[in-house]
Write a protein that binds this ligand. Structure first.
Ligand code: PLP
Length: 443
């Protein structure tokens, strides 16, 4: 496997602990890299995830004892929806089983159909693309902005065709995409914008929470996320009719307003409902969300101030409109030419030896073989003209993204919950590796 460390399994082995255990000892910056026999730059342990205490235990036990485990009989999911709408400033919130079902429900409710096209970034988790494919629609990839890691809004216009039915950017890593430009293009073409905010809880664009700008904004509460209920998701929207359509879709086709006879339905749908247990956990986890977000921001800013002086390290830039980054990921690009040609894979190993787990991130989604297989399938062959399928590969080349996938390095959000001294030690480790890069490249 080319990329053995993913965001999810970086966290999977973490111990369950509420407090950080980072060592406060100063790093030996002058010493050799740990990979060459020197002392580790970071000798502590990064905070475990999830963070929980009796608040979560009580919430789960109360739900268990209530015997009301399903949103149809209990009120906890409804309470969570109200609380999340309040937190984000959204008119409506609908909780779902997970982030994938939030995206899938939104696309259905907004009328994305087989034979349509949806504009997506190639630098994202595969679920962003899978929901488009589940609709038998065509994902049209828009190249990435190398500096921000986000969908390049300047390239969206050229990717639009008469089949385009939605634009679905991702606020990747919790850093906001260029919403102003994307919203203007969507409005100009009369197509909805669905924000994949699955990694962007608490992120803001011009002082307002992301997820509240597009027709729908989708969140994930999967275990690695900054707000976590193991699995879980939510859709934010401003429009009551859209909420009704989303509700119906996620509830087997039965909306809140539809008064039918027993076992009659107002649309087709699926069961994508959140359980009362997920709702209870989320309400408890939300008591910590603001403090955790603040710690991440402070540490990320400090780390950026340290890394910006290291040649060959380019931290992900934020657009001017991004007034708050959720820092689900701390992302930077690694230029090996400034590290004596040390390949990124060796740089990551050297960091791991220093006690700092880091990952190489996504591989290009637009060139995944499964996409070619989908397009060659009977269904796609029937739905799309040969010319559209034949031209798809050329149309969706993303050379900038290919480069980003070669250069990216990620740290996880939990590392940003460590004491500030850990940020010094991360930067010390990078400096140490750079200072001894000539020896590392030969090792
Ligand atoms: C950008 C993005 N979109 C969608 C999803 C899907 O969310 P879930 O795993 O909750 O289904 C994720 C989750 O990892 C994600 O990171």
């Amino acid at each position: 496997m080319k990329h053995p460390i993913s965001r999810r399994n970086l966290l999977a082995g973490a111990p369950l602990a509420l407090t950080a255990l980072a060592a406060d000892t100063p790093a030996d910056t002058g010493g050799k890299p740990a990979m060459l026999g020197g002392p580790k730059a970071f000798k502590g342990a990064f905070p475990g995830w999830p963070a929980y205490d009796q608040t979560e235990e009580r919430a789960l036990i109360d739900t268990l004892r209530s015997g009301k485990w399903y949103r149809g009989s209990g009120q906890t999911v409804g309470k969570f929806e109200q609380a999340y709408a309040r937190l984000t400033g959204a008119n409506y919130c609908l909780a779902t089983a997970n982030g994938t079902s939030a995206l899938f429900t939104s696309l259905n409710a907004l009328g994305v159909e087989p034979g349509d096209e949806v504009l997506v970034p190639p630098y994202t988790f595969v679920a962003t693309i899978n929901v488009v494919l589940r609709q038998h629609a065509l994902p049209v990839f828009v190249d990435t902005d190398l500096e921000t890691f986000q969908m390049d809004a300047r390239k969206v216009e050229a990717a639009i065709s008469p089949r385009s039915r939605a634009i679905m950017p991702v606020h990747l890593g919790g850093n906001a995409c260029d919403l102003d430009t994307l919203l203007a293009i969507a409005a100009q073409h009369g197509i909805p914008l669905v924000e994949d905010a699955c990694q962007a809880h608490m992120a803001e664009w011009k002082g307002r929470k992301v997820g509240t700008y597009g027709q729908a904004g989708c969140f994930s509460f999967q275990a690695s996320k900054n707000l976590n209920s193991g699995e879980g998701g939510a859709i934010l929207c401003g429009d009551e009719d859209l909420r009704e359509r989303c509700y119906a879709f996620h509830n087997n086709g039965s909306g809140l307003k539809y008064i039918g006879t027993n076992f009659s339905y107002n649309s087709s749908g699926a069961n994508l409902r959140m359980t009362e247990f997920q709702g209870a956990l989320l309400l408890a986890q939300m008591t910590r969300i603001e403090a955790q977000a603040k710690t991440r921001t402070e540490n990320a800013r400090y780390l950026t101030s340290l890394l910006k002086d290291i040649p060959g390290i380019a931290t992900a830039r934020m657009y001017d409109g991004c007034t708050r980054n959720a820092y689900h990921l701390y992302m930077f690009r690694y230029d090996k030419t400034r590290f004596a040609g040390v390949p990124r894979s060796v740089f990551l190993k050297a960091l791991a030896a220093e006690g700092i787990p880091a990952a190489s991130g996504y591989t290009p989604l637009n060139t995944q073989p499964f996409l070619k297989n989908m397009l060659a399938s009977r269904g796609y062959q029937r739905l799309f003209p040969q010319k559209v399928l034949a031209e798809w590969q050329d149309r969706t080349r993303c050379p900038v993204n290919d480069r980003l996938c070669e250069e990216a390095v990620w740290l996880t959000q939990t590392m940003l919950l460590a004491p500030r001294s850990a940020m010094d030690q991360i930067a010390d480790a990078v400096r140490k590796i750079q200072n001894h890069a000539g020896e590392l490249v030969k090792a």
